[in-house]
Write a protein that binds this ligand. Structure first.
Ligand code: GLV
Ligand code: MN
Ligand code: MN
Length: 410
C-alpha cells in the first residue's frame, strides 16, 4: 500500500525516537539505567508530549508514566518502557512507547474512530531494581516491602532513595481499573534475527518466555595457590567451570526446541591470582515458554548439584531467585496485527514466540494482551549497536496504529 494510505506520520515517529535517543546517548546507543538523569528526562519528555495526543499525563509513585483519555468509548492500553540496559540500544523500549504515542495522536482526535488509545511507559522493565516492577505494580503485584528492599543491581542504591531524588516519593502508585481497557498492545524490536533473515516486516507474538533465574554457589577451601598440592585443593572456581560445561552437555537432551540458558555473571572469592578460590557463585538463567520444560531442567540442575557435592571436593547449592511465568498472547491481537500487516506491509508477517521478557507478559495476567515485533538488524540487542532501518520502523508504526484501530473497531 502507498505511503499516504496510512494516517501515521513516519517522520514524526522517527523524530520522536531520535529525541529520546539524545538523552543518555552512548556511542550509537544509550546508557539510561532506571532513575538515572537521562531516564528521568525521558519520562518528563513523554509526559510533555502526551497532551498532543489528547491525553492527560501522570507520572506515578513508581515512575510509570500514563496518558489517560477522556474520549468516550472503548480504550486500548499501549506502551513499553523508556529505561535501557547499561550502555545498550536506543530502540529497546522507546520504540513501543513512541508507537503508542503515535497511535494515540492518530486515533484519539479522530471522531470517526471509536474509542481511544491510552499510553503507558512502564518503569524498570530492564530490571535494574527488580523484575518488571512498573507493570507488576500496575497489576497490584508489588508490595511496599518489595520496594523497601529493592536496590540498584549496578551500585546498590536503594530504590526508595532513587524515588525520593526523582521527586516521586509519596506519590500514589496507579493500579489497573478493572474493565477500563479492552486489552494491552506492545510493540518492540525483535532482538533476534528471525524477521530479518526471513525478509519479513512484522512479528506477531504468540507467547512470551518464562524466565527462571538461579544463584548457584560452590563452596571449597581458600588456600595458597603455590603450596597447595593439586590433589588436595578444593577449588570452588574449578568446580564452577566444570558445572557450566556439564550443564551444556546435559541440558540439550531434555530441553525444548527454543530453550536457552545463560551464565550471565560469575564471582570468585577472593578473586586473586595467588589464592585458590574458596567460594564461587554463578547467576544462571533458563528461558522457555513451556513451564514443563523449565521444571525438567530445574530438576536436572538440582540432581547435578547433588551429584557434584557427593563427588566432591566442593559443595554445590542451587537456589532459585526469580521465576516468571510464560504468557500467551491473545488471538484477537494476532488477527488484528495480521490484518493490518496484510493491508500495510504486504502480509510479510510471521507468528513467533518472544525469547525476551516484556511488560506484556505481566499485563496478560489481567487483560488480553498482544505484541508486535519489527526486525532487528543482525538480530543484535542489549548492545549499543542495536538498530532497525527507518523503513522498518515506519512500516511497523503503520501496522501498529492500524492494529489499534481494528481492535477498537471490534
Ligand atoms: C528483557 O529485556 C529481557 O532480558 O528479556
Ligand atoms: Mn524491552
Ligand atoms: Mn531489554
Amino acid at each position: 500500500m502507498s505511503d499516504h494510505a496510512s494516517p501515521v506520520d513516519g517522520a514524526r515517529v522517527l523524530a520522536d525516537l531520535t529525541a529520546l535517543r539524545c538523552f543518555g546517548a552512548y556511542k550509537t546507543g544509550v546508557h539510561k539505567p532506571t532513575f538515572s538523569a537521562p531516564h528521568l528526562a525521558s519520562l518528563h519528555w513523554l509526559a510533555e508530549k502526551l497532551p498532543d495526543a489528547g491525553l492527560r499525563a501522570t507520572i506515578d509513585g513508581i515512575g510509570n508514566v500514563f496518558g489517560t483519555s477522556a474520549k468516550p468509548g472503548l480504550k486500548l492500553l499501549a506502551g513499553s518502557h523508556l529505561e535501557s540496559q547499561n550502555y545498550a540500544g536506543w530502540l529497546d523500549g522507546p520504540l513501543g512507547v513512541i508507537y503508542a504515542l503515535e497511535a494515540a495522536r492518530v486515533i484519539n482526535r479522530d471522531p470517526g474512530i471509536p474509542g481511544a488509545v491510552e499510553v503507558a511507559s512502564w518503569c524498570d522493565e530492564e530490571g535494574h531494581f527488580g523484575s518488571l516492577l512498573g507493570s507488576r505494580s500496575y497489576i497490584g503485584d508489588v508490595s511496599e516491602a518489595e520496594l523497601d528492599a529493592a536496590r540498584d543491581r549496578s551500585n546498590g542504591r536503594p530504590m526508595r532513595e532513587a524515588l525520593r531524588d526523582a521527586g516521586l516519593e509519596g506519590r500514589p502508585r496507579i493500579t489497573a481499573e478493572p474493565g477500563r481497557h479492552i486489552g494491552y498492545l506492545e510493540a518492540h524490536i525483535e532482538q533476534g534475527d528471525t524477521l530479518e533473515s526471513g525478509g519479513l516486516a512484522i512479528g506477531v507474538v504468540t507467547s512470551i518466555v518464562g524466565i527462571w533465574q538461579y544463584r548457584i554457589a560452590f563452596v571449597g577451601e581458600q588456600n595458597h595457590a603455590g603450596t597447595t598440592r593439586m590433589a588436595v585443593r578444593k577449588d570452588a572456581g574449578l568446580a564452577l567451570a566444570k558445572f557450566c560445561v556439564a550443564i551444556d552437555q546435559r541440558f540439550p537432551a531434555i530441553s525444548g526446541p527454543r530453550t536457552v540458558w545463560t551464565t550471565g555473571r560469575i564471582r570468585l572469592e577472593p578473586g586473586a591470582p595467588s589464592i585458590i578460590p574458596g567460594e564461587a557463585e554463578m547467576l544462571f538463567q533458563i528461558r522457555d515458554d513451556d513451564p514443563a520444560v523449565i521444571e525438567r531442567l530445574e530438576a536436572l540442575l538440582h540432581g547435578m548439584a547433588d551429584d557434584a557435592s557427593a563427588q566432591g571436593p566442593c559443595r554445590v547449592v542451587v537456589e532459585r531467585v526469580r521465576t516468571g511465568a510464560p504468557a500467551r498472547m491473545d488471538p484477537m491481537f494476532h488477527r488484528a496485527i495480521e490484518a493490518a500487516s496484510a493491508e500495510l506491509a504486504g502480509g510479510r508477517s510471521l507468528r513467533m514466540p518472544s525469547g525476551a521478557g516484556h511488560d506484556a507478559q505481566v499485563l496478560a495476567r489481567i487483560m488480553p494482551a498482544g505484541m508486535l515485533f519489527v526486525p532487528s538488524i543482525g538480530g543484535v540487542s542489549h548492545h549499543w549497536t542495536e538498530d532497525t532501518s527507518d523503513a522498518d520502523i515506519v512500516t511497523g508504526a503503520r501496522v501498529f496504529v492500524e492494529a489499534c484501530r481494528r481492535l477498537l473497531a471490534g
